[in-house]
Design a protein around this ligand. Structure first.
Ligand code: GUN
Length: 292
């Protein structure tokens, strides 16, 4: 078994981006500026947004964190988004999900200017991505493509089973891997909770991407020898013995499955750091497009 080391590959990508930032500075141009909107105080969201801001600082981007109270109304949030859309100093921004229940997520995502939508969640970017046009690609699937590509893992002609059809991971992942581009040309099955014979499907898969949020769901008896496994799950499971009060679990029972896999992502240190690196890559794209 070989580790699909997202920490290592994400460091490579961040180093490449930092070099491009230096080139922008040398040309007397502005550095990329990412803003992140965080509504409320969801613990996991706080951690993720914190990592995004910290990464900006490390690679030489500007960043702005906009923290808004849980009680903010949808129209107040839409107004904030409008300000970011028109703020010339901001190259790209994200609204961290999930949002409180009284706010319609889709309405909010659709209010983001597609040219600043570095998460790639706006229908314009999603549609452009699906048509293989230039677009901001959602960071998690984009990161998984990079992780496979940079480890020279063949996807052409392979059977990929993606478990979980979310708009931000599973569905875009299935589209991208079925396309002609990098880490593409695969035959993809997109499974959901109604899928029959999931075990048999997984047993036939050359590559499995799990994005369902059920800790340790995937076991050794569900996979074939030599399978490549990408675990997108990051669930906080309460654990009184841990100082944080929880441990992070992936969707894959790692110890159980590892001896059958040819490649497998660890959790943490697999997909997570890749997501952040690709958000930075998208923000760099946004800056470069705006300076043309
Ligand atoms: N919540 C979980 N993943 C993501 C992500 O990639 N972007 C945003 N904005 N929210 C998330």
């Amino acid at each position: 078994m070989q580790l699909l080391d997202g920490k290592k590959v994400s460091e490579e990508i961040k180093n490449e981006i930092a070099i491009e930032v230096q080139a922008l500075l040398d040309q007397g141009q502005k550095v990329p500026h990412l803003a992140a909107v965080l509504v409320g105080s969801n613990g996991a969201s706080l951690t993720y947004v914190g990592s995004k801001v910290k990464t900006c600082q490390k690679i030489g981007f500007k960043s702005t964190l906009i923290e808004l109270p849980e009680t903010i109304t949808e129209s107040e949030l839409l107004q904030k988004i409008d300000e970011l859309n028109t703020d010339d100093e901001i190259d790209g921004f994200i609204v961290q999900l999930p949002l409180p229940k009284h706010i319609n997520e889709q309405t909010v995502l659709m209010a983001i200017d597609p040219d600043k939508d570095v998460d790639g969640f706006h229908p314009t970017n999603f549609g452009r991505m699906a048509l293989e046009l230039e677009a901001f690609i959602p960071a998690t699937p984009f990161g998984i493509l990079q992780l496979l590509h940079r480890n020279a893992i063949e996807t052409k002609g392979k059977h990929v089973v993606v478990i979980g059809r979310s708009n931000i991971v599973g569905r875009p992942m299935s589209i991208l891997m079925s396309q002609k581009g990098m880490a593409g040309n695969a035959t993809v099955t997109l499974a959901n909770s109604y899928t029959k014979n999931l075990n048999e499907l997984c047993q036939e898969a050359d590559i499995i991407v799990t994005a369902l949020g059920v800790p340790e769901f995937l076991k050794a008896d569900m996979v074939k020898d030599g399978v490549v496994i990408v675990d997108v799950g990051i669930t906080r499971v309460p654990d009184a013995t841990n100082p944080k009060g929880y441990v992070i679990k992936g969707d894959v029972d790692f110890d159980n499955v590892k001896n059958k896999a040819s490649w497998i992502t660890p959790v943490p240190g697999g997909v997570g750091p890749m997501t952040i690196a690709m958000l930075m890559k998208n923000t760099l794209f946004a800056r470069q497009r705006r300076s043309k």
